[in-house]
Design a protein around this ligand. Structure first.
Ligand code: NAD
Length: 456
C-alpha cells in the first residue's frame, strides 16, 4: 500500500495531472470503457443482489454516464481560475480563485450502489486532477471485480487504481497519509475514517447514513403518495441511504395510507414479490438476519416473510413501533417501513428530535405553511416535497448529510469542488502604493475607523 501511495505521490509531483487536456482524455477513455462494459456491470449487479437491469441503469450506470458527460463538457470552465472583484483592502489588485487538486486521494465505497458510489467520486477526483486509490466494497464481489478491471484498462496505477478487500485492507489504507479522503458508508465506520484522517489532519468528505423521515399530512392524494412511497422505499430493496426510513402520518388517514400502500405493493411486485424480477435481495445473510431481528416484537400489518437462505425479505409494513425499539433507533436499510401516527407538531418533533440529524427528510402535503414549518424546523442533509429521492438526480444540487449523516457535499460541479482545494490569489498592482498602511500610524486611526465603518 505504501508503495502505491508513494508512486502516486511521485506521479502527482510531475504536474501531469494539472493538464486539463490530459484529464479530459482520461475521462473520455473512462467513458468508452464503461460503455464497453455496460452488460458486464449489469450482470455483476444481478449476481451480487439480483438488481434488475432497469434499476441498475437508472440508479447506477445512467448517473455515472451523465456525470462523465457533464465533467467532459464543463471541465475547462470549472478548472479555470475565476476572476473575483477586488476589495478596498486589496486595491489595486486582480483577485482570483484557483482550484487545485488535493493530490493523492483515497475513496472508500459502500455496497448498496456499488458501481455508482465508487465511480461518481472517482470521476470528480480525476476531473479535479488528483490521483486516486479506490477501495470498492467487499460485499459486492462481482461488481468490484468489474470496477477493478475497468480501472486497470483505463489508468496506470500511478494515476488511479482499485484495491479490493475488506476491513483489513481499508484499515491499512486508512493508516497511510492521504491528501484527501472521500468515504461513503455507515456513520459507525465514518467515525473510524474521521479518526484516521485526524492523525494527519487530512481533509475528508463523509457521506453517511441515518434515519430519514417521511412526513405525510391529511391534505394529500393518498394514491399518489402510496405510489411514490412504495417506489422510493423499495428501490434497491430498500437499501438506499436516502430511502424513507419511516413514515409519520396524520392519525386520521393512517389506516387509509396502510391500505393504499398494501395495494400499491401488490400492484408493483405481485402477491409474491419473491418471484418478481424487479425486487432485489438483501445484500447478504448477515443483513437479512439483522433485518429480521428488527421485526421482533413489532406489529406487522403487511408482509413479514423472511427467507434467510435466499436473502429475501418481503416488503413489510410495521404499525406504531415504540420510539425506543431497535427498529426506531437504527437505520433500517431494507424493505421494512414503520408507520407512526401524529396529531400535533409536538408529536413530530418528539420522533425526529429523538434521533440524529437525518440524511434526508420528505414531506407530503398540499398545505404550504405545514411544508414551510417542517422544512425550516428540522435539520437534515437534503429533502423533497411531495416525492422521494429525486434530489439526488439534479447535479446542480449539492448532495450530502449534516452532523451524524455526513460532512461535505458533492455531485456535478459540487463534486469537482469537493476534490479541489480552493486557493485564493491576489495579484497586487505596482502602479499605486498609498502610504496609509505603513508606520508611523500617527493620526491615521480615525480615518481607518471611517473606512471600516462606512466602506469596509
Ligand atoms: P460500511 O460503513 O459498512 O462500509 C463502507 C466501506 O467501509 C466498505 O468499503 C467497507 O469495506 C469499509 N469498512 C467497513 N468497516 C470498516 C472499518 N472498521 N474500518 C475501515 N473501513 C471499513 O457501509 P455499507 O454497509 O457498505 O453501506 C451502508 C451504509 O452506507 C448505510 O449506513 C448507508 O446509509 C450509507 N450510505 C450512505 C450514502 C451517502 O451518499 N450518504 C450512500 C450509500 C450508503
Amino acid at each position: 500500500m505504501q508503495d502505491i501511495v508513494s508512486a502516486q505521490k511521485l506521479f502527482f509531483k510531475t504536474q501531469k495531472t494539472k493538464d486539463v487536456n490530459y484529464r479530459l482524455s482520461l475521462l473520455k477513455a473512462l467513458k468508452s470503457e464503461i460503455l464497453l462494459n455496460e452488460q458486464a456491470i449489469l450482470d455483476a449487479l444481478k449476481k451480487d443482489f439480483k438488481k434488475s437491469e432497469f434499476e441498475a441503469y437508472l440508479s447506477e450506470i445512467g448517473i455515472v454516464i451523465s456525470e462523465l458527460n457533464l465533467a467532459i463538457k464543463n471541465l475547462k470552465k470549472w478548472a479555470k481560475p475565476k476572476r473575483i472583484t477586488a476589495s478596498l483592502l486589496t486595491f489595486p489588485s486582480k483577485d482570483y480563485i484557483y482550484k487545485e487538486p488535493y493530490g493523492t486521494v483515497l475513496i472508500i465505497a459502500p455496497w448498496n450502489y456499488p458501481f455508482l458510489l465508487a465511480m461518481e467520486p472517482l470521476i470528480m477526483a480525476i476531473a479535479a486532477g488528483n490521483t486516486v486509490v479506490l477501495k470498492p466494497s467487499e460485499l459486492t464481489v462481482n461488481t468490484s471485480k468489474v470496477i477493478t478491471a475497468i480501472l486497470n484498462n483505463v489508468f496506470q496505477d500511478t494515476l488511479a487504481v482499485s484495491v479490493e478487500g475488506g476491513v483489513e485492507t481499508s484499515t491499512e489504507l486508512l493508516a497511510q497519509k492521504w491528501d484527501f479522503i472521500f468515504f461513503t458508508g455507515s456513520t459507525t465506520v465514518g467515525k473510524i475514517v474521521a479518526k484516521a484522517a485526524a492523525n494527519h489532519l487530512t481533509p475528508t468528505v463523509l457521506e453517511l447514513g441515518g434515519k430519514s423521515p417521511c412526513i405525510i399530512d391529511d391534505s394529500v392524494d393518498l394514491k399518489l403518495v402510496a405510489r411514490r412511497l412504495v417506489w422510493g422505499k423499495l428501490l434497491n430493496g430498500g437499501q438506499t441511504c436516502i430511502a424513507p426510513d419511516y413514515v409519520i402520518v396524520k392519525s386520521n388517514i393512517k389506516q387509509n395510507l396502510i391500505e393504499a400502500l398494501k395495494s400499491e405493493i401488490t400492484k408493483r411486485y405481485g402477491t409474491n414479490p419473491k418471484t418478481s424480477e424487479d425486487f432485489p435481495r438483501i445484500i447478504n445473510q448477515k443483513n437479512t438476519l439483522r433485518l429480521s431481528g428488527l421485526l421482533k416484537d413489532c406489529s406487522i400489518v403487511f408482509g413479514g416473510e423472511v427467507d434467510e437462505n435466499d436473502c429475501y425479505i418481503t416488503p413489510t409494513l410495521v404499525d406504531e413501533p415504540p420510539l425506543d425499539s431497535p427498529i426506531m433507533l437504527e437505520e433500517i436499510f431494507g424493505p421494512i417501513l414503520p408507520i407512526l401516527a401524529y396529531e400535533t407538531q409536538e408529536d413530530i418533533e418528539k420522533i425526529i428530535w429523538n434521533l440524529d440529524k437525518p440524511l434526508s427528510l420528505y414531506v407530503f402535503s398540499n398545505n404550504r405553511s405545514f411544508i414551510k414549518e417542517t422544512i425550516n424546523k428540522f435539520s437534515f442533509g437534503g429533502g423533497v416535497i411531495n416525492d422521494l429521492l429525486i434530489h439526488f438526480g439534479n447535479h446542480r444540487l449539492p448532495f450530502g448529510g449534516v452532523g451524524a449523516s455526513g460532512i461535505g457535499q458533492y455531485h456535478g460541479k459540487h463534486g469537482f469542488d469537493a476534490f479541489s482545494n480552493t486557493k485564493p490569489i491576489v495579484k497586487r498592482g505596482n502602479w499605486f502604493d498609498p502610504s496609509f498602511r505603513y508606520a508611523p500610524y500617527n493620526g491615521k486611526l480615525s480615518l481607518l475607523k471611517t473606512v471600516f465603518r462606512y466602506f469596509g
